[in-house]
Design a protein around this ligand. Structure first.
Ligand SMILES: [Zn+2]
Length: 94
């Protein structure tokens, strides 16, 4: 595993006209989701691609002075979540 793999990629800055992800508070349901990918932890806002039972979502964690603020995209089919993940990394969605 290279250092780059360990740290994860840095998402590109959002492009003009990028898709807006419908972030909301975590639903808090107790599904056992696995982290399939994550962005670099050196940035104040990190993203994780989670998968559970053929579904997926993206979790956003913002480090603030008062603690982590977590929000999540809507659940979608795993393939769609992966597509959204790629859009996020490329700056096409945020
Ligand atoms: Zn980094």
């Amino acid at each position: 595993m290279s250092i780059e793999d360990f740290h994860g990629p840095h998402p590109k800055p959002p492009k003009e006209g990028h898709a807006r992800i419908d972030w909301s508070e975590p639903a808090g349901r107790s599904v056992s989701s696995r982290v399939r990918a994550h962005t670099c932890g050196c940035e104040p806002t990190t993203y994780e691609l989670l998968a559970a039972g053929g579904l997926g979502l993206i979790r956003q964690t913002e480090r603030t002075a008062t603690g982590d603020r977590v929000s999540e995209s809507p659940w979608s089919r795993a393939a769609e979540a992966k597509g959204l993940w790629n859009d996020l990394l490329e700056g096409n969605a945020r």
